[in-house]
Design a protein around this ligand. Structure first.
Ligand code: KMH
Ligand code: ZN
Length: 275
């Protein structure tokens, strides 16, 4: 089994300091959280950015500022900027995060429309085709985010038609978003069973499902995402003081279960970013 790649989703677009004061908004706070996650064992940072007042933005200028500062603090880390942004943003607005220099190695590509709590996360076929075209043109490897079982079939069909980048594909199964596919081992196993041979995958459990999904992924040979975007607590009623604390808990689980932790360079090889 390959070493475990841990992704830290340090910020997200929805969570606030009112929910957990360690949620980062400013560039300095984002760097602090990225550093804590990388020092704890994360190979990848999934990045959303905010204005200083906490408002989510997809401005490439803000992404550039944050990415430059993160690379300086955490040399060699893999960054996966979000093209999901926040619910309600336009496709053009969302894609602006890919206009940084250097061009991102990877970016998320969300694989279908779904409920998202009380809202709708809109990912129409034309939107996804536009995102796929951009990533093919720019040589960006997508992380295919599936929130629903049907999202997998959607993106596999698009890949067969050449509308999104193909093999080797990296999937992130985000399970437990209210209104979407529940975070169960059965659901995760079905998704994993149906990905093409040679693909890689990550499991993300939302809220209280974060660590059960992490444990499942560790033993199933997948990879794990944790972070404030998905879960604010280290345990029931215990807010995490940093993203690093969430990553450290995954490292402890992996150690107990005998799975080594990948560095960013090792993750690049596992993900096919580097031969
Ligand atoms: N903020 C969510 C609506 C992504 O990063 O690509 C979508 C999201 C997915 O976070
Ligand atoms: Zn995200």
């Amino acid at each position: 089994m390959d070493k475990l790649i841990i992704t830290a989703a340090i910020c997200g677009a929805e969570v606030t300091k009112e929910q957990n004061p360690a949620v980062p908004y400013t560039v300095e706070e984002i760097v602090r959280e990225a550093r804590s996650a990388v020092e704890a064992g994360a190979a990848i940072i999934h990045l959303h950015v905010r204005d200083d007042n906490g408002t989510p933005t997809q401005s490439h200028i803000r992404f550039q500022e944050c990415e430059d500062a993160i690379y300086k603090a955490c040399p060699g880390v893999i960054l996966i900027p979000s093209t999901g942004g926040a619910v309600g943003m336009t496709p053009d607005e969302r894609l602006d995060s890919t206009n940084t220099s250097p061009i991102p190695e990877m970016a998320t590509l969300d694989c279908g429309t779904c409920n998202f709590g009380d809202e709708i996360f809109d990912n129409t076929m034309p939107t996804m085709r536009a995102f796929g075209k951009r990533m093919i043109e720019k040589g960006i490897k997508p992380e295919y985010e599936c929130f629903e079982m049907g999202h997998l079939d959607t993106v596999l069909t698009m890949a067969r038609k050449g509308e999104v980048p193909g093999a080797p594909m990296q999937f992130n199964f985000v399970l437990g978003v209210p209104g979407c596919t529940p975070a169960t081992v059965d659901n995760l196993a079905w998704l994993v069973k149906n990905i093409p041979a040679g693909s890689t995958w990550t499991a993300t459990g939302i809220g209280r499902h974060a660590f059960p999904m992490a444990a499942a992924a560790i033993v199933m040979g997948g990879n794990v995402r944790v972070g404030f975007e998905d879960n604010l607590n280290l345990a029931k009623g215990v807010p995490a003081k940093s993203n690093g604390e969430l990553v450290a808990k995954v490292v402890r689980l992996a150690n107990e279960l005998g799975r080594g932790i990948a560095t960013s360079e090792e993750a690049r090889v596992i993900l096919g970013l580097k031969k």
